[in-house]
Ligand binder design. Structure first.
Ligand code: BGC
Length: 759
């Protein structure tokens, strides 16, 4: 019939239409491949899925693989196996220790040669600064100042992100009660409440307003979990603790960091109650990804997947990969267990591809959130890198945070602050002219360090006028057995009006793998202090360290002591500000200082026991030492000011509390000294009896207040049932009616107290 198509014609049209359809589909696939994640308008999860669909099993496993970039920007990039080739093959998801716009660009370009062009993530340990080094985290924690701590992380993130880094392996939120453990320097001390608040501040600081901004890096909360409780303070050691302690003391800062939106977590080297954290399903799947619903990804610690063989928990790499991935570890840092075994594990039917997909989805999601699929080079901007390299605002911020981190431990007869008009000052000790030792562990070396870091000598010189003479003698080395330099030091001390002695531990004595059994001031340094003190001149001691050191003679005899930790690039100026009263110290210890190693662990929030000692004369069949005080040398929360703060009694709005009716505890705080100053008012609570024993005191709140000389202020804390909660024997987080004490004061020992009842 006219108008009808012949069969042959119909077939032809069908063939053309089919060919067209195939072409369109091919174009679509090609587009999707050249622009993984493809079209705009999709949610991130949809984009992730569209990339995942295109990936082979090997490419997926590649995303779960992370290598160290152990080469220089200008050096060979094929060292240690063909990493370059592996990037091009899409067998690598991330690299660590690769920084600098040029270097990261070179590597990202290789990733852009891979079939799916999935961008690499570059991670680095930006622990307390990238270019501008801030105080070590434990020192910053002394500020109890979340804005200052967040500012430090913000600056670090801005500098690192400008240098091509996407991801910092920080914050470390491990609670640490044992100063023998060198990594105590990386955390916020011994308290879960303070630790949680600081953990949140650090995450927010690193991640800024939003991931994907070019001044934000992803945080990596570590080390999950309980790494800080390594037995004997020996790094990498086992951890054995009750689940109650795990939940109550060690997990809260991790939860707080997760609540603050941390993008990633790192598991840890230790085994926890017999199961290595890296292969620990309870920690990673049940708690983190289960109960807490964490959507980011978990990276192993360096080599920790493979190290499960040494632990005796995995038979070989195949078994280690199986156990880690099953337990919820998404990315293998440097052990190569995943890249070598996961594919076979899938093919052998030991693990389902869905498990791999889940890990890869988590990793890809972060790459999308960082905006790397839109522009893999968005963190490679020369101009931004240059702007941040010697940024005066960052240095200013560093000095502010450093001042807030210095703890005044002693100040007899108001020796401090010193007058800027002092005629002659003797500067003695191995840290006075030290350069890099001001930075501490986990800081990077740059060729211009000596021009940039403000030494203590320089800081003091900048502060005093031309009428002041500074005399200098080193006296001894940090860890010396010689007293040969003493004579010269004594001689200049005799000529001076006041002596400043700067001592401590070398900056590579605290940090990873820096456990010490002897925490006394190393070498001849305390002997040097004694010799100078014997001249009869007023002595100020500066203590430089990454952990609480033991210096009982100095603490008992020397009139003025500042614990300066390792303060960073502007250390010298910050110390001088405090020495000469341009900054009135306000810091408070976030960790108890032991009297001797035999007292460790010593922490304020211990249980009462059945036979508590109530004072040092109370030793008869008591929980005490027959040869040592029950008290630490300096307690948690301790730190002096140049002024005095006096506390009135606690006023409670009611002595009975109902579950839905919080009460208020109020004290009047007066600046009764001679300087304006800042005080950290601390609130502790004690549950007097319950279905499980409770600590003698737990920090439950604090407020920083600035009072002018003579000023006073009412400081109030609201106490609700949330502040009374604890984990019971069944690990339920509950409160129980009963009797409570509330303590408010200037540190964990000097407090006012009141009592109330929860009905
Ligand atoms: C440390 C981690 C660190 C990692 C990468 C490990 O040895 O335990 O804290 O992030 O190395 O440098």
């Amino acid at each position: 019939m006219p108008g009808e198509l012949s069969n042959a014609m119909k077939k032809k049209i069908f063939r053309i239409a089919f060919a067209l359809l195939i072409t369109v589909a091919q174009i679509f696939i090609c587009t999707a491949q050249s622009l993984p994640g493809g079209r705009k308008g999709k949610t991130i999860d949809q984009k992730v899925d569209s990339v995942l669909q295109l990936m082979t099993l090997d490419e997926k496993i590649g995303q779960m693989n992370q290598y160290n970039g152990d080469w220089d920007a200008t050096g060979p990039i094929t060292k240690d196996g063909d990493k370059q080739g592996q990037i091009v093959k899409g067998m690598l998801g991330s690299m660590l220790n690769v920084t600098g716009v040029d270097h990261t660009r070179t590597l990202q370009e290789l990733a852009m040669q891979s079939r799916l062009k999935i961008p690499l993530l570059f991670g680095q340990d930006i622990i307390h600064g990238y270019r501008t080094i801030f105080p070590i985290p434990l020192a910053e924690a002394c500020s109890w100042d979340t804005a200052a701590i967040a500012l430090s992380a913000r600056v670090a993130a801005t500098e690192a992100a400008a240098a091509g880094v996407h991801w910092t392996f920080a914050p470390m939120v491990d609670i640490a009660r044992d100063p023998r453990w060198g990594r105590v320097m990386e955390g916020a001390g011994e308290d879960p409440y303070l630790g949680s608040i600081i953990a949140g501040a650090r995450v927010r600081g690193f991640q800024g307003k939003a991931l994907g901004n070019t001044d934000a890096v992803m945080a990596c909360v570590k080390h999950f979990a309980a790494y800080g409780a390594a037995i004997g303070g020996r790094d990498y050691n086992s951890v054995d603790m009750s689940l109650k302690t795990l939940w109550e003391i060690y997990l809260p800062p991790f939860k707080a960091a997760e609540d603050a939106g941390a993008a990633t977590f790192m598991n840890s080297f230790n085994d926890l109650n017999g199961i290595p954290a890296t292969g620990n399903k309870y920690l990673q799947r049940d708690i983190l990804k289960g109960k807490w619903n964490f959507k980011g990804f978990v990276v192993s610690d360096w080599g920790s997947v493979g190290e499960m063989i040494n632990h005796g928990y995995a038979k070989d790499g195949y078994d280690a990969a199986y156990k880690a991935v099953t337990a919820g570890c998404d990315m293998d840092m440097e052990s190569r267990s995943y890249i070598n075994n996961l594919s076979k594990l899938v093919k052998d039917g030991k693990i389902k591809v869905e498990l791999i997909d889940d890990a890869v989805r988590r990793i890809l999601r972060k790459k999308f959130e960082m905006g790397l699929f839109d522009d893999p080079f968005r963190f490679c901007n020369k101009e931004r890198e240059q702007q941040q390299w010697n940024n005066a605002d960052n240095l200013k911020a560093e000095k502010t945070v450093a001042e807030k981190s210095i703890v005044l431990l002693k100040n007899e007869n108001q020796l401090l602050p010193l007058s800027k008009q002092t005629t002659t000052i003797a500067l003695i000790g191995p840290f006075i002219k030290a350069v890099r030792d001001n930075l501490g562990f986990w800081s990077y070396q740059y060729p211009d360090d000596s021009a940039r870091i403000i030494t203590q000598y320089q800081g003091i010189q900048n502060k005093v006028g031309s009428n002041t003479t500074l005399l200098y003698a080193k006296g001894c080395e940090i860890n010396d057995s010689s007293q040969a330099g003493f004579a010269e030091a004594i001689q200049i001390a005799k000529q001076a009006d006041v002596v400043i002695i700067s001592v401590g531990e070398a900056s590579d004595w605290s940090g990873e793998a820096k456990s010490r059994s002897n925490l006394h001031l190393p070498g001849m340094q305390e002997e040097l202090i004694k010799a100078i003190y014997a001249t009869g001149k007023p002595v100020v001691v500066l203590m430089n360290a990454g952990r609480p050191l033991i210096f009982n003679w100095t603490a008992d005899n020397v009139p003025a002591i500042l614990y300066t930790w390792w303060l960073g690039t502007e250390a010298g100026d910050a110390i001088a500000d405090v020495l000469f009263g341009d900054y009135n110290p306000s810091a408070k210890l976030p960790i108890s200082f032991p009297r001797t190693e035999g007292q460790i662990p010593v922490y304020y929030n211990h249980y009462n026991t059945g036979r508590p000692a109530t004072s040092d004369s109370d030793r008869f069949y008591r929980s005490a030492y027959i040869d040592l005080s029950i008290y630490p040398k300096f307690p948690f929360g301790f730190g002096l000011s140049y002024t005095n703060f006096s506390y009135g009694d606690i006023q409670l709005s009611s002595s009975t509390m109902k579950t839905d009716q919080p009460i208020k505890a109020t004290v009047n705080v007066t600046n009764s000294g001679n300087y304006d100053g800042e005080e950290t008012v601390q609130l502790y609570i004690q549950d007097l009896f319950g279905s499980v024993v409770r600590p003698v005191k737990e920090l439950k709140g604090f407020q920083k207040i600035f009072l002018k000389k003579g000023e006073n202020r009412q400081v109030s804390f609201t106490i609700d049932v949330d502040k009374l909660k604890f984990y019971n024997d069944e690990l339920k987080y509950i409160y129980e009616p009963g009797d409570f004490k509330v303590y408010i004061g200037t540190n964990s020992q000097e407090v006012k107290e009141a009592a109330f009842k929860l009905e």
